[in-house]
Design a protein. Structure first.
Length: 273
């Protein structure tokens, strides 16, 4: 029997067809809207970063940031590199969503994608001035099921409105899987990638440990609650929320600056969490 060294010397990897490998990153941010009332907390909006494609295929269509795996890097390293190249910041969290390998998903050929959900803080986005970019914008995202059991995905930025329709599939392989009925002018199969990424993010948001990644180091409990409400798209009872989150946070000696009324106390994440 030949030894492993001899086997490898005679092995030709080009004897087998191989797919190209990419990563796609659904980068989420929660933006704070302007206050409409001095005594009312500002509204939060969940946003998703989309890139306007400059070349074929899907030229001038909106897509998730992503790219091809480079030699010598892992898919996780590729995801971090791609989002860093698109936003100039390193994400504070990277959540695996799944592998997308359906034949025909990319008209260029056999290309499989590893999808990730990323979290970027609003402070990081403000620091790099993403609003000046012409080919990358943060879209307000809404996603949910209607009475006809179909799921509707809407992405909005200024006068741009993208609307996709999807159906949820039964699967043994991923936490969520969606079939595109109308891609809403979103490139590739990215409407499904976005739907699955947000579904995974909502599941993860039930774990208080994850939601800190959307916030600066010090925050109010109201801000923390609004993060969870914004991701999960549902209101929470403040009393219940504060009891549940109490073991995850600790008080600081600081308060929100510039408040005309009683300033809110600032908290931080416990070091042992």
């Amino acid at each position: 029997m030949e030894c492993e060294k001899e086997f490898l010397l005679n092995y030709n990897i080009d004897d087998y067809e191989r797919p190209s490998v990419t990563t796609d990153v659904a980068a989420f941010m929660i933006s704070t809207e302007e206050k409409t009332n001095e005594r009312k907390a500002p509204d939060n909006k969940l946003r998703l970063l989309l890139i306007k494609r400059g070349g074929h295929p899907f030229k001038d269509k909106w897509a998730l940031p992503g790219g091809f795996l480079q030699k010598g890097e892992t898919v996780e390293e590729c995801a971090v590199r791609e989002i860093h190249e698109e936003t100039n910041v390193i994400p504070t969290a990277l959540i695996s969503v799944g592998t997308f390998s359906k034949p025909g998903r990319d008209p260029r050929g056999w290309i499989i994608s590893n999808a990730y959900a990323s979290i970027i803080t609003e402070e990081s986005v403000k620091q790099i001035g993403m609003d000046d970019a012409s080919d990358a914008q943060w879209f307000i995202i809404n996603f949910g099921k209607k009475d006809d059991d179909l799921y509707y995905l809407t992405l909005e930025y200024d006068d741009i409105l993208l609307k996709a329709v999807l159906a949820r599939e039964k699967t043994k392989f991923r936490r969520a899987e969606f079939r595109i009925i109308d891609n809403g002018d979103i490139a590739f199969d990215h409407a499904a990638v976005i739907a699955e990424s947000l579904t995974v993010l909502r599941q993860e948001a039930k774990n208080y440990d994850m939601i800190f990644n959307f916030l600066p180091e010090k925050f109010t409990l109201t801000a923390l609650q609004k993060v969870q409400e914004t991701i999960m798209d549902m209101p929470l009872l403040s009393g219940n929320f504060r009891r549940m989150v109490s073991s995850y946070v600790e008080e600081t000696d600081e308060y929100v600056k510039g408040e005309r009324y009683r300033p809110a106390k600032l908290y931080k994440r416990k070091n042992n969490i």
